[in-house]
Design a protein around this ligand. Structure first.
Ligand code: SF4
Length: 55
């Protein structure tokens, strides 16, 4: 499987955490469901434009 490097976390990310962050970026899950280091001011924008984004 491809090693995904998340542009928000700036490190590799597993499918589960990527999904959780995508759900927050989509506005369907609260920010508290992702680790604090993902809560950057432009997190939603970065995630929505990321090539790995799922919606
Ligand atoms: S889709 Fe979002 S959470 Fe997943 S790798 Fe890209 S920026 Fe990170």
């Amino acid at each position: 499987m491809e090693n995904k490097v998340c542009p928000i976390l700036e490190c590799s990310i597993d499918e589960g955490l990527c999904f959780d962050i995508c759900m927050v970026a989509e506005g369907v899950a609260p920010e508290r469901t992702v680790p604090r280091e993902a809560n950057k001011p432009n997190m939603n924008e970065i995630c929505l434009e990321c090539k790995y984004h799922k919606n």
